[in-house]
Ligand binder design. Structure first.
Ligand SMILES: CC(C)(COP(=O)(O)OP(=O)(O)OC[C@H]1O[C@@H](n2cnc3c(N)ncnc32)[C@H](O)[C@@H]1OP(=O)(O)O)[C@@H](O)C(=O)NCCC(=O)NCCS
Length: 337
C-alpha cells in the first residue's frame, strides 16, 4: 500500500464571532431619481419599500468599502488580521478582473490567508458563510473573514424604470471561527441556470447626455425581469427559507430574528406569511434606507438592527439570500454577543 496522506480536521462546529458594516455617506432619496423614470416617491415606496438608498462617492471603491466593513468585523470579533486564515469576498461590482478584492483586503489587514472572490450575486454573503463554516470544520482555516461588498451604482441604468430605484452601495462582513456547539446551521443553497437571463447585464449604449461614456465607459448595465424575479422569490425562496429552518432542527417560532436579502419588502412579507413567523420575531427592513445592495444587504441589515438596539444577540437568526444566476442560499445562525 502506498503512503497515506495527512488530512486536517478543524473545530467540531463553527460560529460567527463578530460582524460589521460600512454605509457610504451619500443619501439618495427617491425624489432624486423619479424624474428620469417617470415615477414617484409613493410608487417606489409602495412597490418596493425603498425610501432612500446610499451611493458611494465616485472615488470610493468596492475595495474601500470591503476594507472598512472588514476592520469593523475584526474589531467586533476581537480578532486581528493576522489570525484570518481565509478571506471570501462576494461581489459582482468589482471593476477589475484581477487582483481580487479579497487579496487586496488581506494585504491591508495584515492577513496572509487564502483569498478568493466569489460571484453569487445577492446570495453571496450566505454562500460565503456556508463556505466559511465548511473551511473551519475541515481545519482549512481557523478564522475566516466573509465580506459582501457592492458598488451597484456603477452598473445601474438611471433611465430604466425597473431597476434605477433598486440598486445601491455598501459592504458588510463577518468573522467565522471554531465552536464547541453549532452556530451555523446547514445551508439550503442552489442555482437555476435555466433562468440565467432574468437578471443579467448588457453593454452600455452611448447616450449623448452621458458625459462618462464619451470617455469610453465600458461597464455593463444591470437588467432585470422584475415580475419574474418577484414571483420566483415569493414562490421558491419562501420554501428554501422553510427548508433551512427544518434543516437546523428548529421551528419558525424558535427563531428570534429574520434577516432576508433586502430585495423588496413585499417579498419579505410573503416569506413571513409562508413561514408563519410569530409577531415577536425581529424582521430586518433595512431596504427602506439602503435599497438593494446585493451581497452586502444581509450583514448591513444585521448591523442596522444592532445599531437600533433591536438585534436579539445570542439568539437564532434565519438568513436567506437570492438573486442573479439564479442562485439562493439560506441558513440559521446564532447571533454573536
Ligand atoms: C421591480 C419591482 C419593484 C417592480 O414592481 P412590479 O409591481 O413588479 O411592477 P411592474 O413591472 O409589474 O409594473 C407595474 C406597473 O407599474 C409601472 N411601473 C413600472 N416601473 C415603474 C416605476 N419605476 N415607477 C412608476 N411606475 C412604474 C408599469 O408600467 C406598470 O404599469 P401598468 O400596470 O399600467 O402596465 C418588482 O418587480 C420587484 O421587486 N421585483 C423583484 C426584484 C428583486 O427581488 N430583485 C432581487 C434580485 S437581485
Amino acid at each position: 500500500m502506498s503512503a497515506t496522506i495527512t488530512a486536517t480536521t478543524g473545530g467540531p462546529f463553527a460560529r460567527i464571532y463578530g460582524f460589521g458594516s460600512y454605509r457610504p455617506t451619500r443619501v439618495v432619496p427617491n425624489s432624486e431619481l423619479v424624474d428620469r423614470i417617470d415615477s414617484s416617491d409613493e410608487w417606489i415606496q409602495e412597490r418596493s419599500g425603498i425610501v432612500e438608498r446610499r451611493w458611494a462617492r465616485d472615488d470610493e471603491t468596492v475595495v474601500d468599502m470591503a476594507l472598512a466593513a472588514a476592520e469593523r468585523a475584526l474589531a467586533d470579533a476581537n480578532i486581528t488580521g493576522e489570525d484570518i486564515g481565509a478571506i471570501i469576498v462576494s461581489t459582482v461590482s468589482h471593476l477589475l478582473i484581477t487582483p481580487s478584492v479579497s487579496s487586496i483586503v488581506a494585504g491591508r489587514i495584515g492577513s496572509r490567508g487564502a483569498a478568493l472572490d466569489i460571484s453569487a450575486a445577492c446570495a453571496g454573503f450566505s454562500y460565503g458563510i456556508n463556505m466559511a463554516d465548511a473551511l473551519v470544520r475541515a481545519g482549512s482555516a481557523k478564522y475566516v473573514l466573509v465580506i459582501g461588498a457592492e458598488k451597484l451604482s456603477d452598473f445601474t441604468d438611471l433611465d430604466d424604470r425597473g431597476t434605477a430605484f433598486l440598486f445601491a452601495d455598501g459592504a458588510g462582513a463577518a468573522v467565522v471561527g471554531p465552536s464547541d456547539i453549532p452556530g451555523i446551521g446547514p445551508a439550503v443553497w442552489g442555482s437555476d441556470g435555466t433562468q440565467a437571463e432574468v437578471i443579467t447585464s448588457t453593454p452600455r449604449r452611448p447616450r449623448r447626455t452621458d458625459p462618462v461614456l464619451e470617455h469610453g465607459d465600458t461597464r455593463p448595465l444591470l437588467t432585470m425581469q422584475g415580475q419574474t424575479v418577484f414571483r420566483w422569490a415569493v414562490a421558491e425562496m419562501a420554501k428554501a427559507a422553510a427548508e433551512a429552518v427544518a434543516a437546523a432542527g428548529i421551528k419558525p417560532e424558535d427563531l428570534d430574528c429574520f434577516i432576508p436579502h433586502q430585495a423588496n419588502n413585499r417579498i419579505t412579507d410573503a416569506m413571513i406569511k409562508y413561514l408563519g413567523l410569530p409577531e415577536n420575531v425581529t424582521v430586518a427592513r433595512d431596504i427602506t434606507h439602503m435599497g438593494n445592495t446585493s451581497a452586502a444587504s444581509i450583514p448591513l441589515a444585521m448591523d442596522a438592527l444592532r445599531a437600533e438596539g433591536r438585534l436579539p444577540t445570542g439568539g437564532l437568526a434565519l438568513l436567506i439570500g437570492f438573486g442573479a444566476g439564479l442562485v439562493w442560499s439560506a441558513q440559521v445562525v446564532r447571533i454573536p454577543g
